[in-house]
Each structure stands twice: as structure tokens, then as C-alpha cells.
Design a protein around this ligand. Structure first.
Ligand code: 0PR
Length: 361
């Protein structure tokens, strides 16, 4: 029997990534489904069934008992599709949101850059508003920016730079008061939320769509993003006819898709939800708090971690020296060091990192 080659990427010193080492069951499932295409579900029925199972599991995580959605190529596709669905629904009269010819998406300035791509390809205006001093969406600024052309308000649950969770129930209320939809970008944070004090989800807040990516905290292989929608009409608004396939319509943005990503997501969700993901959250959060305290005690300004992501202001020359020492680290737009405590980041790795800081300063 042929051996599977080891992963070329060495994760040991990767502290900047929102992806992680795939779980063994994800890796194994991926290798079995490389040659399948969930874009043609009538032909590749086994992987289509796995996709339905993965979407149901994502629905469990997000508090959505009857989820509509699919496994996307990543958070970028899921976000583009959420904007596209809102735009298409707005074109149909009578629905929510209301009809407009110049659609606007209102989002905090902390949104991921995938929304710029969405606005560009879909010809909608992306109107970003300031965040508060804790880096969360400022409700007053959102309220002031929303108008009759607004089709969608976006909240982020686990921002890319600071790991912050926006006030989602309040954003949903603002959106719906103005006839717009509410999309939550939980691409990274979605797998942590059930274990935090954030007691909102699809059940408790009026969320319309959500991005939640198995290939990030979910430990699936790349590519496996997740798009969830409360209503069937959202998927219908994305669907095009597929005359020469046995299945009659397709709601995804890509055509041929990775069966490996889909199968890996189904397998790892089966394996880890809920207990494995809870354990990951608890140990990663403890690591983030340990690192925050270690950096704080050395005199660096630390942004208190809300989810397992630590940002801290360190001198530029120290950042460069750590990069030169082969640490894969990154900076926020305003220059803070940013460490993402993904499942592959262990306490031992963080101790070695802090020891290098002590040597280099
Ligand atoms: N939404 C949020 C909140 C994100 O953080 C990201 C990606 C996306 C959407 C887009 O997801 P995809 O990249 O799956 O399309 N955030 C990280 C970033 O852009 C992704 C990342 C992953 C970066 C691995 C580096 C890396 O090594 O920074």
C-alpha cells in the first residue's frame, strides 16, 4: 500500500495562520474523495450526502436546526455569496430587503478584505464604518450609515486582526429595522462561539446568513469554507439552471468543487463536534491568555484576547528579528504583532517564542 507523503508545511513556527494542521480523520477522508465533484451531486452521490451531513453539523454549531447552505471554497466565496444573495433578493420586489437599484452593504471597518472583492464583482457599494475603542462595530456608526439602499449589514464574529466579536443581536435589529439582511462573518470564530459567553446564534438572534469555515478552526483540509442560510430563498436567489446535469440547479459560485474538502469537513465535524472543539477552544484560550500575560509582564501593550488571538505592540526591530529567527508572525494594519493560537500552536511553542523575545530584546 502506498504511503501518504507528509505535509510539506511545517506548522511548528507558524503563529500567523488561521488555517491549521488538518485532523487525521479529515486528511484520511480527503484522500478518499480527491476524484469526486460535489458540483455534480447526481453523479457523485456519496460526497453529496457527506455535504448534507456537514451542513447539518455546521447548523448544529450555529444553532440552526434546518440549515440551508453548502461547503464553499473558503470564507471569501461564502462572503461573496452572502452579498450576492442579499443583492438578488433585493431585486425581487416584495421580499426582505426592500428593492433598490444602488445596493449598499454596511460593515465595520474590521471586515475581512473579501468584502471588497464582493463589492467589486457584484457592483455594490461597501460602506465601512468605524469600530469602537475595543475594536468592535460601533452601533451608532452603523445605525447612521444604514439607509433605504442598504441590502445587508455585516457583523464579524472573530475579526481577522483582533479576534473581536461584534454585537450581533443589536446589528440584526438595526438591519431588520431598515429592511436589510444580517450576515455574520464567523469564518474563523464560528467554531469557538458555542463555548464562549456569546449566547446568541441563529436561534437567539435574527441572523440571516453566516460564514463558518471548516478549513480554519474546524481542522478540515483546504478547501472547505461554509455558508449557512436560515431560509431556502437565500439559496434559491443564488441558483442558476444546469440544463445538461441530472441535478437541475446549482447555487454555488464555483462549478467543479473539491470533494476532498467536503468529505474532510464531514469527517472532522463528526469526530470533533462538540467535545473535541470544546477542548480545542479551552486549551487555545488558556494559551492566548498565558501569552497575553507573558507579553504584558514584559511591558508590551497587549489587546486583551476575546477569542484565541493575541495582538500586542512590539518594536519594529524586534518584530523583524523574530521573523529572521524564522517565526511566521504577522502584523495588524496598525502595526501590532498578531498571534493566532490555532490548534497546532502549543504552550511549548509559545514558551519558545517568548524565550526568543527575551533573548532578542
Ligand atoms: N472572514 C474572516 C473573518 C477571515 O479572517 C478570513 C480569512 C476570511 C473571511 C476569508 O477566508 P478565506 O481565506 O478562507 O477565503 N482570514 C485569514 C486572512 O486573510 C486567512 C488566512 C489563512 C491567512 C491562513 C493566512 C493564512 O496562512 O488573514
Amino acid at each position: 500500500m502506498q504511503r501518504v507523503a507528509p505535509e510539506p508545511q511545517e506548522f511548528d513556527r507558524v503563529l500567523s495562520s488561521m488555517c491549521t494542521e488538518p485532523h487525521p480523520v479529515a486528511r484520511e477522508a480527503a484522500t478518499r474523495f480527491f476524484a469526486t465533484n460535489p458540483g455534480d451531486p447526481a453523479t457523485y452521490q456519496e460526497v453529496a450526502a457527506l455535504e448534507a451531513r456537514a451542513v447539518d453539523a455546521l447548523g448544529d454549531i450555529a444553532g440552526l436546526p434546518d440549515p440551508h447552505g453548502y461547503i464553499a471554497s473558503g470564507g471569501t466565496e461564502a462572503n461573496i455569496q452572502a452579498v450576492r444573495a442579499a443583492r438578488n433578493l433585493a431585486r425581487e420586489s416584495g421580499g426582505r430587503p426592500s428593492k433598490t437599484d444602488s445596493p449598499v452593504v454596511v460593515a465595520p471597518e474590521s471586515v475581512h478584505f473579501s468584502f471588497q472583492k464582493a463589492a467589486d464583482v457584484l457592483d455594490v457599494e461597501l460602506r465601512t464604518v468605524p469600530v469602537d475603542e475595543e475594536f468592535r462595530a460601533d452601533l451608532g456608526a452603523v445605525e447612521a450609515a444604514v439607509d433605504d439602499d442598504t441590502i445587508l449589514v455585516v457583523g464579524v464574529a472573530g475579526t481577522t486582526e483582533y479576534g473581536r466579536v461584534d454585537p450581533i443581536p443589536e446589528l440584526a435589529a438595526i438591519a431588520h429595522d431598515h429592511g436589510a439582511q444580517l450576515h455574520v462573518d464567523a469564518a474563523w470564530g464560528g467554531f469557538y462561539l458555542p463555548f464562549t459567553t456569546h449566547q446568541w446564534n441563529f436561534t437567539h438572534a435574527d441572523v440571516d446568513t453566516m460564514t463558518i469555515d471548516p478549513h480554519k478552526v474546524g481542522q478540515a483540509v483546504v478547501p472547505a469554507g461554509g455558508l449557512l442560510a436560515r431560509d431556502r430563498t437565500t439559496l434559491d436567489a443564488l441558483a442558476v439552471d444546469t440544463p445538461y446535469l441530472e441535478s437541475t440547479s446549482q447555487a454555488t459560485l464555483t462549478g467543479t468543487r473539491s470533494g476532498a474538502g467536503v468529505a474532510s469537513a464531514a469527517a472532522v465535524l463528526d469526530e470533533l463536534w462538540p467535545d473535541g472543539y470544546r477542548q480545542n477552544f479551552e486549551s487555545s484560550m488558556a494559551d492566548a491568555e498565558w501569552l497575553a500575560a507573558a507579553l504584558d509582564s514584559r511591558g508590551f501593550d497587549v489587546v486583551d484576547p476575546e477569542l484565541p488571538l493575541v495582538a500586542a505592540r512590539i518594536p519594529d526591530d524586534l518584530f523583524d528579528a523574530l521573523r529572521a529567527a524564522d517565526w511566521r508572525i504577522s502584523r495588524t494594519a496598525s502595526g501590532e504583532l498578531r498571534i493566532v493560537c490555532m490548534p497546532h500552536v502549543t504552550r511549548e511553542t509559545l514558551r519558545a517564542f517568548v524565550a526568543d523575545i527575551d533573548t532578542l530584546v
